[in-house]
Ligand binder design. Structure first.
Ligand SMILES: [Zn+2]
Length: 312
């Protein structure tokens, strides 16, 4: 229970939420007839297959064998889809001591040096009392990005695309500024030093987007205009029932980028099971994750990436 208060800390705007209920009900019925057939049928199934493969490795906290297997799996999947892969390895100082970590970057060079980033964290939270598989928390975002990799590689883009897989999102003890977001904080510093940070036009973070009961709220730390782009794209595709017109705030891997001035949006469904019960529990298992939810978020991402590529 205590962890619920400290990891991915969330504060619901209850007033907005209650006020939005009537609107949601109307939008839900309206959306039924508007939903277009997906432009990439099979995207959700492909993403789910990747999640299945990762979950089969077992719990994957940094330093574990499953963590290394996951890294190899991400790297091989990216390379076979035609992406250039780069590792960002470092040693994190954590409350349990020094922990080796590794962010993985896939790059697809466009005609401009402007960069659009899609990101997720892939490791699972270290738990001693139960096997934490993180099918949704860590698995879903990673699985979706891996499924998007071959689709994006076949498209023509003006801008350079990066797929970023963060290590060390989770706290080892208690969520705090120092004990969390190890990978994203490290990468921001690296990109500042290399001069690439200022070239990033937008960062889309996906986390916990596989819940079969998909309800994503606008995340209040995120850049408003970028959030609007995502919600407008979802509306065009008829997914208003999954992208709710209400807000809550979540601390996640987008924060270090926001603080460094990069426009960023966190797509997260922090309402996972009754009362968020599956979150950080033994119940975050494959059966809770649905191909349709993964495919929905994937379709919205492809739509908004295409729009940014045309207009920005
Ligand atoms: Zn988590």
């Amino acid at each position: 229970m205590r962890q619920r208060l400290i990891h991915k800390r969330r504060r619901s705007r209850l007033g907005l939420f209650v006020g939005g209920i009537a609107g949601i009900a109307l939008l839900y019925w309206g959306a039924q007839s508007l939903t277009k057939p997906p432009a990439n049928p099979g995207l959700g199934e492909a993403a789910l297959e990747h999640v299945k493969r990762m979950v089969a490795f077992g719990p994957r906290p940094p330093g574990s064998e499953a963590h290394q297997q996951t890294q190899r799996y991400i790297q091989e999947t990216l390379q076979s889809a035609g992406w250039t892969v780069q590792q960002d390895s470092f040693t994190a100082q954590t409350p349990i001591g020094s922990v080796p970590m590794n962010n993985i970057l896939g790059r697809l060079t466009g005609r401009t040096d402007r960069i659009i980033v899609m990101a997720a964290h892939y490791e699972t939270k270290l738990e001693h009392d139960f096997p934490f598989l993180g099918a949704n928390d860590g698995g879903s975002g990673t699985g979706l990005l891996l499924a998007l990799a071959p689709i994006l590689a076949k498209q023509n883009h003006n801008h350079t695309l990066w797929l970023v897989f963060f290590d060390g999102e989770e706290a080892f003890k208690e969520w705090s500024e120092k004990d969390s977001l190890y990978g994203s904080r490290h990468l921001v510093e690296q990109l500042k030093a290399s001069g690439e940070l200022s070239k990033i036009g937008a960062l889309f973070l996906v986390d916990m987007i596989g819940d079969r009961d998909l309800d994503i709220r606008r995340e209040s730390n995120s850049t408003p205009w970028l959030t609007d782009r995502v919600w407008n794209a979802a509306k065009r595709l008829g997914y208003e029932k999954n992208f709710l017109p209400v807000s809550s705030w979540v601390e996640d891997d987008h924060l270090p980028f926001l603080k460094a001035g990069v426009p960023a949006v966190d797509l997260i469904d922090f309402n996972y099971g009754p009362g968020n019960r599956y979150w950080h529990s033994a119940e975050d298992t494959l059966d809770k994750v649905g191909a349709q939810s993964l495919g929905t978020v994937g379709a919205v991402l492809l739509e908004v990436i295409a729009e940014l590529d045309r207009t920005q």
